[in-house]
Each structure stands twice: as structure tokens, then as C-alpha cells.
Design a protein around this ligand. Structure first.
Ligand code: DP6
Length: 332
């Protein structure tokens, strides 16, 4: 029998949450405890090509040109299963080639852009015509934050109801077409010691402060949304910074305690505070790693960057602007 190929290529950008997702109520379906709200960014993205091939007997996965081992390929296969099921082709295997575009030395490989790009590519290759809202519920099952990377600008991921997967989707909240940037301060390029999946689970299970988290997130969302619509960067930044601090405070109070902060992270925080004393609107957020991301005006981003360059070096500081929706690419 002649083999048949179904292929497509997609690009998705990374996103950074201003109101964090930190805990699942359903681990199998990646259903979160709370809503979350992020900003998609142009500086970091993943290009993924998928080729479903009737002659393959198992999936093959290349990341940045390197053939991946069984462990990493199994994660991709579980994700491809969602699309095989939708297409009613349980035995149609694929070759996946994924390239992470991160500025040299950044080392910010992101599961969010990776699974969003793969979801977009699978949808197109198999001609499934899944709408973006539903596709975000697929991307979510690769990595929760990936649900938000299919869309550009400010994106809200709704927690949804009960065990209803379809109700936990992402949608655009604001196009972010205003004077806004995020400056990345790359503290450390090593892989994180406690990945976000384990970190949120351990926090959820052992931190006495976790029970406060859903209420705090609800309050923060209620306050940040009108501030985003009003383009009020100081209120947006103040709420986002406080939300991140509350997330990291929960990890310190987990048992055993852990933190993603490194000495360099704290130095970067001090620089952010100094910038504010100088009248610059600069607010920080941090995720499951030591890097510090600084929300500021695009028109002041170079000044913000300069404040970090002398301590961390030019190549460790990257200015990002709001990024677009995920989109298809021509195949090579
Ligand atoms: C701190 O989406 O990486 O970046 O769903 O287990 O794959 P899994 O977790 P992931 O967690 C992201 C955590 C965060 C906050 C956020 O992006 O909202």
C-alpha cells in the first residue's frame, strides 16, 4: 500500500501569567483550581511541524534537531492521542519536529508555546477544523499554560466547571495594543530543579497557605481586569507583582519548603524597586524558575534593560513586546 502523509507546521508564542495558574483540581484533564491571566510575548516562540505518516508504527519526536528519548516521546504521544481520537485514526503515527526560538543564552524553552504549536499543527494536518476555543482545551492537556499560548495579547484561561473539559478554555481579554513590554532578566539557564507540575502539586498538598489562594486569585482578577482595560500599567503591575509574591510565599511555606528564587533573583528584585523609586513603572513577576520578568512601558523598556545590564550582562536581558495569535507556517 502506498503511504499517505498529512502534515502541517505552526508557530506559537510563549506567555507569562500576571495572575498565576498554580494547582490542578483534576490532574488527568489538567483542570485548574483557579482562572489565570497572561500576556503572550513576541520574543520567544516554538515552530512545530507534524507529519502523520501511514507507514509509521510509532511516533518520532525531534526537539531542536535532536531525536528525543522514550520518556519525552511518550509525553508527545499522549498528546497526539487526543487528535488521533478526534480524527478516528488510532493507528496513525507521526513525526514531530519542534524548534524553540529563544535568544542565544536565554534557555527559556517553554512547554506553553510547544504544546500550543503542536495543537495548531495537528488540527491543520488532520483537517479537523477545531475552533480556537476548543483547541485551547486540547493544548491545555499538554501543559496547562499552553491553553493560553494559542492566543495573542492578554489572555484569560477560565477554570470551568467540575470535570467538564470543554468549559476550561482560554480567550482573549485585551489585545495589549498599548505601551507595554516585558523585560526578561535571565538569571540562570539550567533546567529548573522542581518543575512546575511537581511544584504546584507539592504546594497544593502541603502549604497551609494554599487554602487562601483561590480567594486571592479571584480578588486579583477582579482588580486587574478594569486596570488592563484602562491601560493603567501601575495598577496592573502592582497586582501582578503581588500575585506572584503570594504564589512564591506558598512554596516557601510548603512542607518541605522550597523556592525558585536564587540570589540573583533577589538582586533583580532590588533593581526593580530602585527603578520604581526613580519614577519608572516597573513591576516584576516570576514563575517556576529563578528568572525575573519585568512589566514596563515599551517606551521605557530600554531604560529598564539598562538598569540590569551592568549587573547581569547584555546577553542576559531580553525585551519582549506583546505577541500575536498562534499561526500556520509554510512547510520547508
Ligand atoms: C508558574 O503549565 O507548566 O508558569 O500544566 O503541569 O504543565 P502543567 O504546568 P505549567 O505551569 C505553569 C505555572 C506558572 C504559572 C502560569 O503560567 O500560569
Amino acid at each position: 500500500m502506498t503511504k499517505q502523509l498529512f502534515s502541517a507546521k505552526f508557530r506559537a508564542h510563549t506567555n507569562i501569567a500576571l495572575i498565576k495558574y498554580w494547582g490542578k483540581r483534576n490532574k488527568e484533564l489538567f483542570l485548574p483550581v483557579t482562572n489565570s491571566l497572561s500576556l503572550t510575548l513576541d520574543a520567544f516562540y516554538t515552530d512545530t511541524e507534524v507529519e502523520f505518516d501511514t507507514s509509521l508504527t510509532s511516533d518520532v519526536f525531534y526537539l531542536d534537531g535532536v531525536l528525543q528519548n522514550d520518556f519525552h516521546t511518550a509525553k508527545v504521544s499522549r498528546f497526539l492521542d487526543l487528535f488521533r481520537k478526534e480524527a478516528n485514526r488510532p493507528n496513525l503515527f507521526a513525526t514531530v519536529r519542534s524548534i524553540n526560538h529563544v535568544p542565544t543564552a536565554a534557555g527559556l524553552a517553554s512547554s506553553a508555546s510547544a504544546f500550543a504549536a503542536l495543537a495548531g499543527a495537528c488540527n491543520l494536518a488532520l483537517d479537523l477544523a477545531i475552533d480556537t476555543q476548543t483547541l485551547s482545551t486540547f493544548a491545555r492537556q499538554g501543559s496547562g499554560s499552553a491553553s493560553r499560548s494559542l492566543l495573542g495579547g492578554f489572555v484569560e484561561w477560565h477554570k470551568g466547571q467540575g470535570d467538564d473539559s470543554a468549559s476550561s478554555y482560554a480567550e482573549v481579554f485585551d489585545d495589549a495594543d498599548w505601551d507595554l513590554a516585558m523585560v526578561f532578566v535571565i538569571i540562570n539557564r539550567q533546567a529548573k530543579k522542581v518543575d512546575s507540575r511537581l511544584g504546584m502539586e507539592h504546594t497544593n498538598e502541603t502549604s497551609p497557605f494554599y487554602e487562601l489562594w483561590p480567594r486571592e486569585v479571584a480578588k486579583d482578577l477582579e482588580k486587574i481586569k478594569p486596570a488592563i482595560k484602562a491601560h493603567d500599567i501601575d495598577t496592573v503591575g502592582t497586582i501582578a507583582e503581588h500575585n506572584a509574591m503570594k504564589m512564591h510565599a506558598m512554596t516557601i511555606a510548603a512542607n518541605p519548603s522550597f523556592t525558585y528564587w536564587e540570589p540573583g533573583s533577589i538582586e533583580a528584585m532590588q533593581i526593580v524597586r530602585r527603578l520604581r523609586e526613580e519614577g519608572i513603572s516597573a513591576y516584576l513577576t516570576m514563575d517556576a524558575g529563578p528568572n525575573v520578568k519585568v512589566l514596563c512601558r515599551a517606551s521605557e523598556a530600554e531604560r529598564v534593560k539598562a538598569a540590569f545590564v551592568s549587573r547581569f550582562g547584555e546577553e542576559q536581558i531580553v525585551i519582549a513586546k506583546p505577541g500575536p495569535n498562534a499561526y500556520p507556517l509554510d512547510k520547508e
